[in-house]
Design a protein around this ligand. Sequence first.
Ligand code: NDP
Length: 277
Amino acid sequence: MDHPNYAVIGHPIAHSRSPHIHTRFAALTGITLNYEAIEAPVGAFAATLRTLRLQGLKGCNVTLPFKPEALSLAELSSDRAQRAGAANTLGWSDQGRLWADNTDGAGLCRDLTERAGFPVAGRRLLILGAGGAVAGCLAPLLALRPAHVTLCNRSPEKLRPLLDRHQDLGVPLAVLPWGECPVHGFDGVLNGTSAALGGSAFSLPQGLWAKGAWALDMVYGPAAAAFLQAARDQGASTRDGLGMLVEQAALSFERWHGVRPDTNPVFNELRQIVPEA
Ligand code: NDP
């Protein structure tokens, strides 16, 4: 197989663990594929996708900065992708129509509830960030019926559209400008910012977490250390984004191949390489 039939497309993309994860899923399920990481020049996502399709591409994951464009190119899209305003998974129907989905949020929820065992239903959540990852996760999180969700982002103008797209889902949503995090206890706090990846950290007020609360950073590896340590210092149980990464990949795999891979062996292997910070 010269050309990939599955891929992840982004810019940059060299860091991606998706080829490893999908190749392991394929081995575990007996499926043959050639999954590669493809770097598309900024402004050339659609052209790159067209070329890959002509060469035999059957489906792809999409990452920064192309997720919104991936959704806009698709003829068919899932409700969760529309609410996110972004797609991380593309494929073609039997009729050759491009479809888009977003598995980030469902992947997060699976890891949060099934592997970490963190409760969401009836709990008070705080979500930091309002970028693509948070947008992708909000609808699936709300489907788990938290008591209410507070959203907080450095750039407040990003919060209103996010709120508008999710207000009909029956969970009270509140918005706070950055730096005005209320100093009372949340049962769960999700960090969906890329602050630590950019080398900057933000301070978290004392009393942010309630007793017995949890914290999840969508980032994994050393970049998650500052947030997770601050949470532990306040007594919270912690989780990084490695499980979310593996679970969103498994959901994409299932969309393409109709088979749900066992994620535990792949998660455990990666955990050896990337311990929780
Ligand atoms: P985006 O670029 O779309 O959004 C970045 C977010 O981080 C914005 O809310 C931005 O705020 C905020 N931010 C960036 N720098 C700072 C800072 N110095 N202080 C405060 N806020 C800051 O990225 P994504 O949403 O796609 O990704 C967010 C994180 O989630 C990334 O670290 C990514 O690696 C991770 N991720 C993990 C996944 C997984 O499977 N585990 C899947 C997808 C993402 P502002 O709006 O003000 O710019």
